[in-house]
Design a protein around this ligand. Sequence first.
Ligand SMILES: [Zn+2]
Length: 444
Amino acid sequence: MFKLALDAGHWMGEAGRRCPKELDPNETREWWLNSRVISKVQDKLSVYAGVEILRVDDPTGKTEVPLKERVQLANEWGADFYLSGHHNAAKEYIFNGGGHVAFCYGKGSKVSFEMRDKLYDALIKHTGLKGNRANPKATADYYVLIHTKAPAVLLEMGFMNSRLDCPIVLTEEFADGCADAIVEVIAEHYGLVRKQEDTCTLTVSGVPQDEADKLVKEMQGRGYVVSVEGRVEAPAEPEVTYPRTVKLEGMPAILAKNIVPFNPNGPLSGWNNTISGGFSASGQPCSILVQDGKAKCKYACHYWYDRPESVLYRLTDGTVGMARVKSTDELPKSLRWAVGGLGLLDNYDPTAEGFCKLTKDDRTENFSDVLRDTDHTVLGYKDGLFHLIYCKSMTAAQVNAYAKKVGLELAVMLDGGHVAAINGSESWAKINTKQKQYYAIQGE
Ligand SMILES: [Zn+2]
């Protein structure tokens, strides 16, 4: 908050202090001229946020507020800047000189001097009244300059008894120009920010009460008049249920709290929330598969070639883990289920798991076919949820990159090619659901 003390010099009843009759038949009083500028400053500053103004003279001009009282008011209030507005008069009755003069206290603060100079320059720029003062940026021992705690400047805005100045000083345009000059300098020096709008309406819903209150306070601090509509407590998050069909990085997937490996012995169309498969042969799994604690396939698919595979498993106590093994003998005893496949993420090493050319007893086979660009499925785990994902048209390396992108914590790639299938709850998550399957995983 910026606090500005404004002082229209003198009061209406002060003796002298007026335009001479020869130049102004109305003999306009100095206070009236001062107050016109000061009131305009007040009005023009109202478009800025975070400004408080204290008029230390009597804004009606009816009573005289002594200088000591003016200063005391400003000091006690804690003003950040004190501006006193006057119009000058030369000792001669009428003269031909003129111009603005800006004063600060000779032992005043650095800011007083800066503001004095800026205000003088701005008055010239905004009123065009140049004058011929020898020393227009001056110092003086005026009471209001000496005794204010805040930086203070006193402006003499033209001469009332100058033949040149008087007709100009009397105009509304001149008063506006002076006020514009003062507002421009103060706003710039004290970093005032314009109110973007006078009012704003906040429509608050789905936000906790304390956050809404904070927002309202912040907007008020920025100078808005805030009205609040529709303030309601945040509705409870809709309960998320599983299994759930989602798209993960563009691929259809089923999120589930648990999975059940099973043999559909038919297409997935009759089984919801399922993906096909792993490595099966002759209707049986040929990778490690444990279902309800019983091994449907005890050995890794390249066991005969002495290669292990990656197995994602869950124990009866709920623990989820992964291991690279050749048979279920190497896994923890209390298995609830286990699914073998090609290890992904940190376990991605197709050669170590036998997805390459392998030779044993003069028999050579190439198992790298699994790595080709085709449709694959992935069983992954992340944030307490099993991820059953269909990866369309990817090589194994691309599936691995995808698993990393999704942020899976554990993952194995299951079979690819023509058996890859998914049967989620959305139409875009029903792929290859008519193909007969022997080995599938259902999310639950
Ligand atoms: Zn004066």
